[in-house]
Design a protein around this ligand. Structure first.
Ligand SMILES: Nc1ncnc2c1ncn2[C@@H]1O[C@H](COP(=O)(O)OP(=O)(O)O)[C@@H](O)[C@H]1O
Ligand SMILES: CC(=O)OP(=O)(O)O
Ligand SMILES: [Mg+2]
Length: 395
């Protein structure tokens, strides 16, 4: 039976899912999992649709991160062939974080398209190089498998020009220094689920909060993106697991001029040492922080929620109102305390949640008196990529 392999390659992880496409595309993967710890000690985890769990170390001959990525993919393909011989990989679909202005739709990946996508590596240093390496590794190992790239930026190309602009001199803007927005595969998936969860409000003014390791929010009208908190890179906007989110650019000038920090130091600071991890000094993981008694842990969580509530006001302005607020992503789907704190700060705009529904992670958590529908919708970036891949290739 034919299947689509979906890959989402991050800096130190390779997430995968295998979806059967016969007789039609399956809603849930037959197998899914990830290889974590690439660059250190890679570890493979997977689960089957039947609930079987697998865990093993990934043998690697190199300490280089690039080679470990390749070893991880070889391990994955061998493992899939051994564990699911009935499913033949007919295509591969990739999450590619940056498609710039060039791609507003998923595309089949050929050599000339890969060259264009390489140009975006400096704009998404944590994601793009790994996304592209995964495509190249599959081409080398299995050149006959067609591959499709699905972009995090594509969903936001419907935004009006004013939402994509920075107040920079025209020459710099014309070179492509503008707001692209990310997490588009997640927003696209969630937006498609909304009519069945919030009815007619799905076509009104909606804000979706994708709260994971990377966190962002998107304002939608008629199910289309009109504004987002992430901009030129995936560091703008909300506070994240290890990223600052928006920061006065004057802080960077100060750190360069007065503290002698280089661009490499600043990249580490902005992407890897800040956010929940930096503010708490404890962890980037929301579960750990919510379970901690340390005041610094709660300070980090409070700042995270405050930033979400501030951006909600800004996005409601961009959408021209607020009919619905939707939570998704690892934190949005599972952290009832985060949703509760955000809702408390957002009473002024008509958000009120039902504590029991919230604690139960129900799909609708607004109280009967709430003016705004409040929903929890699990995201499915992998399912969205499988759908796009089947559609682009006509499988
Ligand atoms: N039950 C839970 N309660 C609170 N936070 C959770 C829970 N499950 C996952 N999370 C948080 O979700 C975040 C990871 O989100 P996820 O969307 O999986 O990330 P990624 O961006 O890596 O895909 C982590 O901060 C994790 O602590
Ligand atoms: C774009 C982005 O931030 O992605 P992730 O949430 O996977 O880090
Ligand atoms: Mg994510």
């Amino acid at each position: 039976m034919k299947a689509v392999l979906v890959l989402n390659a991050g800096s130190s992880s390779l997430k995968f899912a295998l979806f059967a496409i016969e007789p039609e595309l399956a809603e849930h993967p037959a197998l899914s999992g990830q290889i974590d710890g690439i660059g250190a000690t890679p570890q493979f985890n997977a689960k089957s649709a039947a609930g079987e769990r697998f865990e093993e170390a990934v043998p690697t001959t190199s300490s280089s991160q690039r080679e470990q990525h390749r070893d991880a993919l070889t391990h994955l393909l061998d493992w899939l062939a051994a564990h699911n011989p009935a499913l033949e990989i007919a295509a591969a679909g990739h999450r590619i974080v940056h498609g710039g202005d060039l791609f507003s739709e998923p595309v089949r990946l050929y050599g000339h398209i890969m060259l264009k996508l390489k140009k975006f590596v400096p704009l998404a240093p944590l994601h793009q190089p790994h996304n592209l390496n995964a495509v190249q590794a599959i081409s080398a190992m299995a050149p006959d498998i067609p591959q499709v790239g699905c972009f995090d930026t594509a969903f936001h190309r419907t935004q009006p020009a004013v939402a994509q602009a920075y107040a920079l001199p025209r020459k710099i803007s014309a070179e492509g220094v503008k707001r692209y927005g990310f997490h588009g595969l997640s927003y696209d998936y969630v937006a498609r689920q909304l009519p069945s969860v919030i009815g007619d409000k799905a076509s009104g003014a909606v804000v979706i909060a994708h709260l994971g390791n990377g966190s962002s929010m998107c304002a939608l009208r008629d199910g289309r993106s009109v504004a987002s908190t992430m901009g030129f890179t995936a560091v703008e906007g909300l506070m994240m697991g290890t990223r600052t989110g928006s920061l006065d650019p004057g802080v960077l000038l100060y750190l360069m001029d007065q503290k002698g920090m280089s661009s490499k130091d600043l990249t580490n600071l902005l992407y890897k040492e800040s956010g929940l991890l930096g503010v708490s000094g404890i962890s980037q993981d929301m579960r750990t922080l919510l379970a901690s008694a340390a005041p610094e842990a709660m300070e980090a969580v409070d700042l995270y929620c405050y930033r979400i509530a501030r951006e909600l006001g800004s996005l409601a302005a961009a959408a021209g109102g607020l009919d619905a607020l939707v939570f998704t992503g690892g934190i949005g789907e599972h952290a009832a305390q985060v949703r509760e704190k955000v809702a408390k700060l957002s009473g002024w705009i008509g958000v009120d949640i039902d504590p029991e529904a919230n604690a139960a992670h129900a799909s609708r958590i607004d109280s009967p008196s709430s003016k705004v529908a409040v929903a929890v919708v699990p995201t499915n970036e992998e399912g969205m990529i499988a759908r796009y891949t089947v559609d682009v290739l006509g499988l």
